[in-house]
Every structure is written in structure tokens, then in C-alpha cells.
Design a protein around this ligand. Structure first.
Ligand SMILES: [Zn+2]
Ligand SMILES: [Zn+2]
Length: 273
């Protein structure tokens, strides 16, 4: 069975440690690196208990530490001791993983206000906080200059990834990948170059100013959908253009599309009401 030398639980939020419980149950693990800040949810307690029961080495990740694994170096850039008191996201363990010339920056859910503390050049960026609008500032992108960025995100009620962060990445010319639309993204490197197993996701600005489509002139079609799917789109969406005329359904408002049982397309992001 594969052994995991290091497992990193960036901070105690369930979307970061919840899945790790199964990982710790399934694989032999050498060391867990964690923000080591207290939190009292059942999930976090189960995660800590599992580490204890399995006798896994547990260390508080703090800025300045370096962990080595063959040709890899894992440098902890954040948090400092003592960790900040402005919430758990601010305590995210941030790692710069280097393999030869290739650097990958893992940012957890670090808020934008802390980005100056970890701004360092990297070829690949794991986008902070699932693409939240309050992280991934333009100044940060100018400092890191990533060629590629991965947004780890699933279905969520917070609107991650935000149009703001997506646009800042696009404006900075960063090739971006999204796990919600593209599945698991695998990065392979020989220490000189690297490759990504997906094509970059293409950012398209939503129609109209501020992401709101212009009001239809005279009650015409505002959104379209296919009889074969449950998504509705702006007519300009690539997916909308592929709908055959026989399957085309038209709506004058988002409410009308919702009432017919359709949900907004995740690519063109029409309003949901
Ligand atoms: Zn979080
Ligand atoms: Zn999170």
C-alpha cells in the first residue's frame, strides 16, 4: 500500500480536514502538518482523534520550517507563532513546494489581507479560499506571477469561485483550472518543466456590466436551456450555442427558468432569480 509521508490539514474547517479522516484511515501516514489552532466541531475532533489513535506524528506548521521528501522541499510560509486571531482561515498553513526549478504555492483559505506575508514567485498557484473574491488580489498575482492556477472548489452556497477572482486571474494572464468543472487536476514535473493533465478553463466575462445581462428590449428571450439538461444559459454561452433547435427552450426571466425546474449554468453564470 502507498504510504503518505506528509498530510497537510491547512486549518480546521470541515472542507479541509473532513475528507482527511478517511485518508488517515486508509493510508499509512508519516506526519500530519496542521495549523494546530483549536476548534470544537465533531469533524475536527474526529480528525484529531484519528491522528492520535493511529500514532501519527503531528506537528504545528509554522513559518520557517522546511520538510524534505526526496527531491521535494516543503517550506512553510505561514502562519507565524503565535498564529493570528482573526479567524481560522487566517491561520491556514501555506506551503511552497519546490521540485528543482518548479515551485507550487498552496494557500489554504488565506484571506487577501495576509497575502503580502506569503507573496513569493511560483510557477503554479493553488488559488486561496476556493476563488473567494476576498483573496487572490491583483498585487498578489503580480508578485507570484504564476503560469498556472488551480481552483479547488465544489458545489457551494458561497458563490465560489467569484467572478472577481476569476477575472483577476484572467487579467493577469494566468492559465486557470477548476476542479468543479474539470475534475481532479494532476500536475507532473521532472524538476525542470511541468505539465497539467487538463486544458485551461476559459474565462468569459458575463454579458453586460457587472455580470448582469442587459434588459431585453421588448420582452424577448433572455435565457435559453435544452430539454435534455437542467441548466439555463445566457444565449451567448458556448453550451447554449450547442443546443439543437429541436431541444431549445426559451425564457424571458431567470424566475421563469427556475419555475420550469432549471438551474443556472456554472460557466456563463446567469442570475439565479
Ligand atoms: Zn476555511
Ligand atoms: Zn475552505
Amino acid at each position: 500500500m502507498k504510504k503518505l509521508a506528509y498530510v497537510v490539514g491547512t486549518h480546521p474547517h470541515e472542507d479541509h480536514v473532513g475528507g482527511l479522516i478517511q485518508v488517515l484511515e486508509t493510508f499509512p501516514v508519516g506526519t500530519v502538518i496542521d495549523s494546530a489552532v483549536p476548534h470544537t466541531t465533531r469533524t475536527f475532533e474526529t480528525y484529531l482523534l484519528t491522528i492520535k489513535e493511529k500514532g501519527i506524528r503531528y506537528v504545528a506548521g509554522r513559518a520557517g520550517q522546511v520538510y524534505r521528501l526526496g527531491d521535494l522541499a516543503l517550506r512553510v510560509l505561514w502562519p507565524r507563532e503565535p498564529p493570528p486571531e482573526e479567524g481560522l482561515n487566517a491561520c491556514s498553513v501555506v506551503l511552497l513546494v519546490t521540485a528543482g526549478d518548479v515551485r507550487v504555492l498552496f494557500t489554504g483559505d488565506l484571506p487577501g489581507a495576509y497575502e503580502p506575508k506569503i507573496a513569493t514567485a511560483a510557477e503554479v498557484l493553488k488559488v486561496a479560499h476556493h476563488g473567494s473574491k476576498s483573496s487572490t488580489t491583483s498585487a498578489f498575482l503580480r508578485a507570484v506571477k504564476p503560469g498556472d492556477a488551480v481552483i479547488c472548489v465544489g458545489d457551494n452556497p458561497y458563490g465560489h469561485p467569484s467572478q472577481e477572482a476569476l477575472k483577476r486571474l484572467a487579467d493577469a494572464g494566468v492559465r486557470t483550472y477548476r476542479t468543479d468543472l474539470q475534475g481532479t487536476v494532476v500536475l507532473t514535473t521532472d524538476g525542470k518543466t511541468y505539465s497539467v493533465d487538463k486544458k485551461p478553463w476559459e474565462y468569459r466575462a458575463p454579458a453586460g456590466p457587472g455580470g448582469v445581462a442587459p434588459a431585453p428590449s421588448g420582452g424577448g428571450t433572455k435565457f435559453v436551456a435544452s430539454k435534455k439538461s437542467d441548466k439555463y444559459h445566457y444565449p451567448s454561452c458556448n453550451a447554449a450555442k450547442k443546443i439543437s433547435p429541436a431541444n431549445l427552450v426559451e425564457f424571458r426571466s431567470a424566475a421563469e427558468a427556475r419555475a420550469a425546474g432549471y438551474v443556472p449554468c456554472k460557466i456563463c453564470k446567469p442570475p439565479d432569480r
